[in-house]
Ligand binder design. Structure first.
Ligand SMILES: *Cc1c(COP(=O)(O)O)cnc(C)c1O
Length: 336
């Protein structure tokens, strides 16, 4: 089955070998305070900086999920409350989780702006020009959920203080691990707020990662797989060029070559179209037929999500997907 699901998504085929390696070499049995394990964490953090071109002064930590990052931002980096301009299901969920921890009593005192860079639910994105505008207009911290774009496109790290992504989307890895990136300003803010009453308080995480350790027994296998996948990954500028070219091709394809089908693109505004998740809409019945037929041809399309659950399907445009697989899906859609 070829998977175009936008998360959990296709993993790099090499992950199977890396997992065998991790077991055979005893990596999964290493004590997480041992030198051997700390070396893996250190190398993973170094590779993230190198391959994703993260500024040297931005810190990197590894946690369990993007959902955990939503809570870390609320508990450790938000003094009053956070602002959540959103247009889809993931942005809405983030706001709901954050407001359970820091109720939005006075939004005019909001001290964190929370942006979902790529809304996986409907295939829209906040491009770097728009993010630059937010940076210009908002003087406090900016936190960005880049779950379905990090490691797929170039991000301008300087435009926000916190960035995070779980690895089951563009990183092409199994779920259960997330990358949390934070600027010196974010760390300073965490120190001013001084919140340190949780196992995943940012200050406690930071203290542990300064020694390449983690507050709790981490997903050692996931960290090792991340390190191995980063080793094989080209620099982000190269990945970015491929992703953007494939995205343009996908949008052109849906507009010009799916004439026989009644499907259209969900987003007509070029400025907000996602590079990594292509959302195609149609009538509920048609969408259901296409998804089933695809399944029978060995192709897994992404279901719609949230408000667009039954009237869209989604195509992941993630780096682990090959040209050949894209060709197979195009062939199927053309003939449909
Ligand atoms: C998948 C996704 C999440 C949730 O990630 P988890 O690892 O399940 O916590 C959050 N935000 C966006 C934009 C996503 O696509």
């Amino acid at each position: 089955m070829i998977s175009f699901y936008p998360g959990p998504s296709k993993v790099y085929p090499q992950v199977a070998d890396y997992a065998v390696e991790a077991v055979h070499q005893g990596i999964v049995s290493l004590n997480h305070r041992s030198a051997g394990f700390m070396d893996i964490v250190k190398e993973t953090v170094r590779l993230l900086h190198e391959k994703l071109d993260i500024p040297a002064d931005y810190h990197v930590a590894l946690v369990s999920s993007a959902t955990e990052c939503w809570e870390i931002v609320a508990q450790s980096l938000t003094a009053a409350c956070s602002l959540h301009p959103y247009n889809g299901a993931f942005g809405k969920k983030w706001a709901e989780y954050a407001y359970k921890i820091k109720p939005p009593t006075n939004l005019s005192e909001a001290d964190v702006l929370c942006i979902v860079q790529n809304e996986t639910a409907n295939g829209t994105q906040v491009n770097m020009e728009t993010l630059a505008q937010f940076r210009h207009d908002f003087s406090a911290l900016i936190a960005v959920d880049a779950v379905s774009s990090m490691a797929g496109i170039t991000l301008d790290w300087s435009l926000a203080d916190v960035w995070f992504a779980s690895v089951q989307k563009c990183f092409g890895l199994p779920a259960g691990l997330a990358v949390l990136i934070y600027s010196p300003a974010a760390l300073k803010r965490a120190e001013e707020i001084g919140e340190n009453s949780h196992y995943n308080s940012l200050l406690f995480i930071h203290e542990n990662f300064s020694k390449f350790q983690t507050p709790y027994t981490p997903n050692g296998l996931g960290i090792y797989l991340l390190m191995r996948v980063l080793q094989q990954m080209p620099p982000i500028a190269t990945v970015d060029a491929t992703t953007k070219k494939r995205a343009i091709d996908w949008y052109t394809f849906v507009e010009q070559e799916m004439n026989a089908s009644p499907c259209t693109l969900l987003n007509n505004d070029l400025a907000v179209r996602s590079d990594t998740v292509i959302a195609v809409q149609g009538l509920e019945k048609e969408i259901s037929i296409i998804k089933k037929a695809a399944q029978q041809s060995g192709i897994m399309l992404g279901n719609g999500y949230g408000d667009w659950k039954n009237t869209t399907f989604r195509i992941a445009n993630f780096p682990a997907i090959t040209e050949e697989e894209i060709g197979t899906l195009k062939q199927f859609l053309r003939s449909f």
